[in-house]
Design a protein around this ligand. Structure first.
Ligand code: NCD
Length: 292
């Protein structure tokens, strides 16, 4: 049984196939390839985009979706998530999509089920479908290979599953990555890194901004988010008329991560990422459910 816990669960050929297939779904092409299939979504952490994106993707393919309301589920009565998963599995779903605050949750559940587990984000560890949709967005924009294209990932990289998954995937596609963060948000890395955003702005093609993951900080070892924004917010003044695109997985902290003005700028692809997310997840769900 194949699961999607992290980007390395897919080889490059499989990813190319999935993203090629996703292009078809960008134009709202209707397909009933998952008719008669049933998927369960179980999100132990809040989500706007990822949960609805998976559910819309599945429904567009004709699958039915059961959303487990975690606040009303038996995990809130003390049932372990592995028991919850084993019980869900006994109802024979064709896939389970899970988000959890603990890194490794999806991997752990995979031992108790006989259908694919798709990781919708586990702690600071991985968010594979977000990285796939980010890759897809850049490939669509640049129209050709990403080999040698330069990207700066800006923000709370140390606590970001989006950064983790993107670093693995974008490296594989030949992108040159620079991490931009204050020292307390920087992981141990062999990548280029700096805390001076304006020093790299002239040498990049893509800026990926990330939210400060305050929910994962035990203690606040830094000043206010306003202080952070002073150095790391993507502003009009910073990007001027440069030929770059701006990505963000959402939710955006306005004027902390990205300035209002920049969010309205056509170079900012945040909503395009959301649209692409549905198409990519359609192709991902087909891949995992139909190749079981
Ligand atoms: C991210 C997440 O939850 O990991 N958002 C998303 O899935 N679109 C990023 C974040 O919460 O900052």
């Amino acid at each position: 049984m194949k699961h999607l816990i992290q980007t390395t669960d897919l080889n490059t050929q499989e990813i190319n196939q999935i993203l090629n297939h996703a292009k078809k779904y960008l134009h709202n092409e209707v397909s009933h390839t998952l008719k008669g299939k049933m998927a369960v979504t179980i999100f132990f952490e809040n989500s706007t985009r990822t949960l609805s994106s998976f559910e819309i993707a599945l429904k567009r393919l004709g699958a039915s979706v059961v959303r487990l309301d975690v606040s009303k589920s038996s995990t809130s009565k003390g049932e372990s998530i592995s028991d919850t998963a084993a019980n869900l599995n006994a109802m024979k779903p064709h896939a389970i999509i899970i988000r959890h605050k603990n890194a490794g949750a999806g991997d752990h559940l995979a031992k108790y089920v006989s259908c694919p587990i798709i990781n919708g984000g586990d702690g600071a560890h991985a968010h594979p479908t977000q990285a796939l949709l980010d890759l897809f967005t850049m490939q669509n924009y640049f129209k050709d290979s990403l080999e040698g294209k330069r990207i700066a990932i800006v923000g709370d990289i140390k606590n970001s599953r989006v950064a983790n998954s993107n670093i693995e995937l974008l490296r594989r596609y030949g992108m040159q990555i620079t991490l931009v963060a204050p020292p307390h948000f920087l992981p141990q890395t062999d990548l280029d890194s700096t805390s001076n955003l304006s020093s790299i702005i002239d040498s990049i093609d893509v800026l990926m901004s990330l939210r400060t993951q305050t929910e994962r900080h035990d203690t606040q070892t830094y000043g206010s988010l306003k202080d952070y924004a002073y150095n790391f917010c993507i502003t009009k003044e910073l990007i001027k008329n440069k030929n770059i695109i701006i990505l963000h997985p959402g939710p955006v902290n306005r004027n902390i991560d990205i300035e209002d003005e920049v969010l309205k700028d056509p170079r900012c692809k945040v909503l395009e990422q959301v649209t692409n997310g549905v198409a990519v997840r359609m192709a991902v769900m087909e891949h995992f459910i139909l190749n079981q």
